[in-house]
Design a protein around this ligand. Structure first.
Ligand code: HAM
Length: 417
């Protein structure tokens, strides 16, 4: 028995329908605000993520599916969408377009993580990116639209955490200060945090180790070290969220596993999820485009896990697809009647009806039962190439017609009795 690989799952039709609803909400909410869809390849040059996401991040160090393309180049299944979209922005010279450019996306991403509820090796993200706008209104807009999407999907128990990372320069100074602080408390820290003091001291805020948490409660906070302009930007984002009535908590310990962030950083969590409570998050990345070889250009965006939205979201009522007509051939042995029936279904579809041809070889009785099950409005029983019995499944009325007249009769909605 061959099974789906660990950490992957099949999207069966019922789930596909819920995803369709999610996608329709994204299209409505983001499309309505002037965002347009973009999709980039499922794999990219490994270098893009090493440079974009950051060589010291868990994603790049441990979670990438990388492979040789056969010609000595390393490719990687995309673990995230922001670096690829910035790559596409540069590659297609989109700086010549009226700025900002606003994108949304909905696709699958890959991370070699330990699977658990809400965490997969192939997962789907919906996301949005705004490139070429640095104003704080952009930050507030992105957060607002994500909040609206989560609300539309009925995601329960959401909490928004907000922070600012300032500039990379501020961060370097702060990092030195934090590293010194951690060194001074080294013996109280967990083994894992101690091992990463130099590589990634910020991760200490993320630790679940009690001793580390006690030390971190008194650690210097980056939010208290921001440049005046960064602090003002953050203030303005907060004011806009306040006015919009979006509740949030400022969390100076908020860290996210990607290196490209500058200034605003945010994350939505949901109580309805287990340990993997992050529904979606993002932030500003004002240096990323330049880092990837483009002109200095500000950017901001978010991504949210489709599985987590669906897990934490409300069951949405799904109406079955309507079936206008089911075509059944009375005598399966009659191959010419079979052709006539098959043609009738095809022409009905061309005329705009939702029409199905009965493919299973069921008996006539079984076919009528099936018609009930799929809520077919009409059944056409093809008796011979020229004639069919058209049955109205609601009233039970039926009439014998020329096969050629079936579609017109349905379209006219004539009574059959
Ligand atoms: P991220 O926080 O790494 O950000 O991922 C965003 C969301 O994807 C998470 O909040 C989570 O819902 C979902 N997610 C991540 N990993 C998994 C997984 N293994 N299984 C299931 N769901 C997962 C980014 O990817 C950034 N590109 C977001 C961004 C866009 N920042 C700026 N623009």
């Amino acid at each position: 028995m061959i099974q789906a690989p660990k950490g992957t799952y099949d999207v069966l039709p019922r789930e596909a329908e819920r995803r369709g609803i999610l996608e329709a909400h994204v299209q409505r909410i983001f499309g309505g605000a002037g965002y347009r869809r973009i999709e980039t390849p499922a794999f990219e040059a490994t270098e893009l993520f090493a440079r974009g996401v950051g060589a010291s991040t868990d994603i790049v160090q441990k979670e990438m599916y990388s492979f040789d393309d056969g010609g000595g180049r390393s490719l990687t299944l995309r673990p995230e969408g922001t670096a690829p979209i910035c790559r596409a922005y540069i590659e297609h010279g989109m700086h010549k377009l009226p700025l900002p450019v606003k994108f949304w996306y909905f696709g699958s991403y890959f991370r070699a993580e330990q699977p658990q509820k809400g965490r997969y090796r192939q997962f789907w993200q919906v996301g949005a990116e705004v490139i070429g706008a640095g104003a704080p209104e952009t930050d507030a807009e992105i957060i607002l639209l994500l909040a609206e999407l989560l609300e539309a999907m009925g995601v329960k128990g959401t909490r928004l955490r907000l922070a600012s990372l300032g500039t990379p320069e501020t961060r370097v100074e702060y990092r030195d200060e934090l590293t010194a602080y951690l060194r001074a408390h080294e013996s109280e820290l967990s083994e894992e945090v101690r091992a990463r003091i130099d590589l990634n001291p910020m991760r200490a805020f993320d630790s679940s180790d009690r001793g580390t948490q006690v030390v971190m409660a008194d650690a210097p906070k980056l939010l208290d070290r921001l440049d005046p302009e960064d602090a003002e930007h953050f203030e303005q984002v907060r004011t806009l969220l306040d006015v919009a009535g979006i509740p949030y908590e400022v969390d100076p310990t908020l860290v996210r596993g990607l290196d490209y962030y500058t200034r605003t950083l945010f994350e939505f969590t949901s109580d309805a999820l287990g340990a993997q409570s992050g529904v979606g998050g993002g932030g500003r990345y004002d240096r990323l485009i330049e880092q990837l070889g483009g002109q200095p250009t500000p950017g901001i965006g978010f991504a949210a896990g489709a599985e987590r939205i669906l897990l934490a979201g409300a069951e949405q009522p799904i109406a079955p697809d309507p079936v206008d007509l089911l075509v059944v051939v009375a005598n399966r042995e009659d191959r010419i009647a079979g052709v006539a029936g098959f043609e009738l279904a095809r022409e009905a579809r061309r005329a705009g009806l939702a029409a199905q041809f009965e493919l299973s070889g069921r008996s006539l009785k079984g076919a009528l039962k099936h018609a009930d099950r799929i809520h077919a409005r009409y059944v056409a029983i093809v008796n011979d190439p020229q004639s069919a019995t058209l049955k109205d499944m609601e009233s039970g009325d039926q009439r014998e017609l020329e096969t050629a007249g079936v579609i017109a009769t349905i379209l006219r909605g004539s009574r059959l009795a």
